[in-house]
Design a protein around this ligand. Structure first.
Ligand SMILES: Cc1ncc(COP(=O)(O)O)c(C=O)c1O
Length: 370
């Protein structure tokens, strides 16, 4: 049996038709730029995330870059972050002339709050946590440190649209929060899109300028003299906003399906693997299913032979990427150790029960042989 890691095909014919109808409507009315769907989506997503403001942008990368820029992170600033993430987390910081400073992760693969203070100095301006696979970082602890040293928090929430802890979602503890809606994400568009949320009016106003070349649209023209910010075009487009409005309606359903798969993996493999711990009153965002396994490389080769596709996230550590070789980093022993053991198991809504059962059976078989 073949079990793919990811499947982006839109299999539901009715749903596919619904999306095509939405696109068709926009093509017919011609409001392809700055259509009303942009504002509707922003309203709906800020309600969903309990944030005061939301600014739709063209990708998760743009979202993080703009969230940092609108929070005045720039040249010479140091920003404390995790090496255990997709490289965009650091590239967004570096693109502004700031420097990522890497500290270690905890047993949940997230930025370890107990390792942050050692890295703080006069140049430190912000902390950028990333919620790995949808498991929230220890935000209360990170927030206490940020308050003590007057640092900003900008969240890379690309993977945590559905995460919450005691009802608090991504964005609650931060100055600005960046989400991705690329096709792989739990809330996804069929192309590239993202959003920045904030509860800070100043940051919101700056984001509006920054997402469109430092200008503000007034009636049908742009004023290029109302800001000193140099920026490019980062706007979300109407078609993606309209797709996301539709997808938002099904988000709980999608999460439930992902939750079911996670529960099956967790219940059946708990004696074999070590995965992320959940607190009571915590919802995991279920972007990926990541766990540590002994004899990882042999397990992966065995599963490949059985037709089961797995991945290793995030290899290499960002701090080991050639471009960050000389950057400031502290002892990263947990991240290094985790990276030798971690596996991302097949995880998407199209997986059927037969396939999940097969994955579990083959993993068990591998360890029985040992
Ligand atoms: C942790 C993290 N940050 C940032 C991004 C960038 O998002 P996008 O692909 O929408 O630009 C991603 C996307 O996979 C991500 O996983």
């Amino acid at each position: 049996m073949n079990v793919s890691f990811l499947d982006l095909k839109v299999k539901d014919k009715k749903f596919r038709q619904k999306i095509l109808n939405k696109i068709n409507k926009i093509l017919v009315n011609g409001k392809i730029l700055n259509g009303i769907e942009q504002k509707i989506f922003e309203k709906k997503i800020s309600k969903f995330l309990n944030s005061k403001y939301a600014v739709g942008v063209s990708s998760g990368s743009s979202a993080l870059y703009l969230a940092l820029k609108a929070s005045n992170i720039g040249k010479g600033d140091e920003v404390i972050t995790t090496p255990f993430t997709w490289i965009i987390t650091s590239h967004a910081i570096s693109s502004l002339g700031a420097k990522p400073v890497f500290v270690d992760v905890d047993k949940n693969f997230n930025l370890d709050p107990t390792k942050i203070e050692q890295a703080i100095n006069k140049k430190t301006k912000a902390i950028v946590p990333m919620h790995v696979a949808g498991k929230l970082c220890s935000m209360k602890e990170i927030s206490n440190i940020a308050k003590k040293y007057k640092l900003k928090i900008i969240e890379d929430a690309a993977q945590s649209i559905c995460s919450s802890y005691k009802g608090k979602k991504s964005g609650y503890y931060s100055d600005a929060c960046a989400f991705s809606f690329n096709p792989m994400k739990v809330l996804n568009s069929y192309g590239e899109a993202g959003v920045v949320t904030t509860n800070n009016r100043k940051i919101y106003n700056k984001l509006l300028l920054l997402r469109h070349a430092g200008t503000v649209r007034y009636k049908n023209s742009f004023n290029i003299n109302n800001s000193n910010d140099i920026s490019l075009n980062h706007k979300i487009d109407t078609i993606h906003a309209s797709i996301l409005i539709e997808k938002l309606k099904f988000l709980n359903q999608v999460l439930k399906q992902r939750e079911k798969i996670s529960r099956y993996y967790t219940n059946n493999l708990k004696n074999i693997m070590q995965t992320q711990n959940l607190e009571t009153k915590e919802t995991h965002g279920r972007y990926l299913f990541l766990a540590r396994f002994k004899n990882r490389d042999k397990l992966r080769s065995f599963l490949t032979r059985k037709g089961i596709e797995t991945k290793v996230f995030y290899s290499p550590l960002v701090s080991d990427a050639r471009i960050y070789k000389n950057s400031k980093k502290y002892d990263l022993k947990n991240a290094k150790k985790i990276l030798t053991e971690i596996v991302a198991l097949p995880f998407h809504e199209s997986l059927n029960f037969k396939q999940i059962k097969y994955v579990v059976k083959e993993i068990k078989k591998f360890y029985e042989k040992k």
